[in-house]
Design a protein around this ligand. Structure first.
Ligand SMILES: [Zn+2]
Ligand SMILES: [Zn+2]
Length: 463
């Protein structure tokens, strides 16, 4: 441990406490001029134990919280926002985020009794704010949730481009597309380091656009005779827009099954990212509709116990029974680690003579990832032209491949490390191994934080 070192005014440090070498529980720190800036504060789940929330151990920054200038939440996925209600009381700093994410955060803080205590500073995409010695610019990108933001973090010791989660989607349905001109301008802004999403670095080509799913999903739904249930991530508001449109066009009413979905849509309505002409039917009324008039979106595409799809498959849904001739469409990929739970869910559904349609069975795409494939990573390196690439948000193999792509694009340095390593970006860049103690905490059923065993595997939260 060398953690008695403090970043001075010449220093530009990056220190991940979570999310580097894994997909989940992102917690990043930037250090400069004796101050720290936190970017994201997320959770992860253990495979097969999805009810167990795992968080990064914040001890390093808690011990220095007098030097923590603020916390930025880039977007509202659980692996970026989920730990705020649990860790904020130990950190006690202002939280900066954009309006949709702020709405989700307020709901989380309210249920933890923290709403009146935690100061949220709402930022519009494109704005700049000074947070301690860091001047931060929010730059809207595209992903699989409203308002995904990259950050340009400027200090006198150098500038960082922190991508957070992104893809290059020319037609994201909700929100603007990415600003190609602005991203290209970064090449002239002397970006010292680009800290970048590696989730799909092993996947060749370019990600599928959210808007191109309409054709595949419409085909599938139009061919269904009974009720249609679609499993997808509730935070993907754009996917819900597509399904709402398809429901209207195929003479079906849209129904939302599952608390997290209903919560997300309620937030989307307050932030005006929900279509005004969509009528939702209450789950309690959906059972009375003729089978061919229902399209229900349901939580639980990962086989999580007690979610809507699980309840339907096990005959335990309070409002609806799933019957022979109904169809369940999985508009989501199975996250590594969840295969056994998804297989159990699917076999329970098959046991009820339900048609199953998964994304690998469909000719046209019915699911799109929210993360950049190899062509998009190359494109971003060519636009931004950083001096240093630091792949994060991936397992070792994803990050290593992202580093190779960066070098192929003539990025002079590509550094890979893991949680607790210190990336010193001033002078000759280097990575100091095991600079800070890191670990994982879990939440006991009584709501206390306890040290959790080391990671046996990982599970990312959202596509
Ligand atoms: Zn995300
Ligand atoms: Zn993420």
């Amino acid at each position: 441990m060398h953690s008695e070192l403090i970043p001075d005014h010449n220093a530009l440090w990056f220190l991940p406490l979570g999310g580097c070498g894994e997909i989940g529980m992102n917690l990043n720190l930037y250090g400069h001029d004796r101050r720290w800036l936190m970017v994201d504060c997320g959770i992860t789940f253990e495979p097969g134990r999805q009810h167990e929330v795992i968080l990064p151990d914040p001890t390093f920054i808690r011990q220095r919280r007098q030097s923590l200038s603020g916390m930025i939440i880039t977007h509202a996925h659980e692996d970026h926002i989920g730990a705020v209600p649990y860790l904020w009381p130990q950190l006690d700093c202002p939280i900066y985020t954009t309006p949709f994410t702020a709405e989700i955060l307020r709901r989380k803080l309210a249920s933890a009794g923290l709403l009146s205590r935690a100061p949220i500073i709402e930022v519009r995409p494109g704005e700049r704010h000074a947070i301690g010695p860091f001047s931060v610019e929010w730059l809207q990108l595209t992903h699989s949730i409203p308002e995904p933001n990259a950050l340009v973090i400027r200090t006198p010791a150098g500038h960082i481009f922190h991508t957070a989660d992104w893809k290059l989607d020319p037609s994201p349905i909700v929100g603007p597309s990415y600003d190609r001109i602005r991203l290209q301008q970064l090449a002239n802004e002397n970006i010292r380091a680009m800290v970048c999403d590696s989730t799909n670095a092993l996947v060749p080509g370019h990600s599928v656009s959210e808007s191109s799913l309409y054709a595949g999903l419409k085909n599938v739904v139009a061919a269904c005779e009974g009720r249609v249930f679609v499993g997808c991530f509730g935070s993907n508001i754009a996917r819900l827009h597509t399904l709402a449109r398809i429901a209207q066009e195929t003479g079906r009413y849209l129904c939302l099954l599952g608390r997290s979905l209903q919560n997300m849509v309620a937030a989307a309505k307050t932030q005006d990212v929900w279509p005004r002409d969509v009528t939702l039917v209450e789950p309690g009324h959906a059972g009375y509709l003729p089978a061919e008039e229902l399209l229900a979106v349901a939580t639980g595409s990962q086989g999580e116990p007690r979610t809507a799809l699980w309840q339907l498959a096990n005959g335990r849904h309070p409002a609806l029974d799933i019957e022979a001739g109904d169809t369940v469409i999985f508009s989501a990929r199975t996250i590594p680690g969840n295969e056994p739970a998804v297989a159990r869910l699917q076999s329970a559904l098959k046991g009820r003579s339900v048609h199953l349609i998964t994304s690998d069975q469909s000719d046209l795409p019915i699911h799109a990832s929210g993360h950049p494939c190899q062509d998009e990573l190359r494109q971003m390196y060519q636009w931004v032209r950083p001096q240093i690439a630091i792949p994060v948000h991936g397992e070792a193999a994803h990050m290593a491949r992202n580093a190779v792509l960066a070098r192929d694009c003539y990025v002079p340095y590509a550094l890979t490390g893991e949680n607790g390593d210190l990336f010193q970006l001033e002078g000759t860049p280097r990575c100091l191994k095991k600079f800070a103690a890191v670990g994982r905490l879990h939440l006991t059923p009584e709501g206390r934080l306890q040290s959790a065993p080391q990671r046996s595997d990982f599970i990312p939260i959202a596509g």
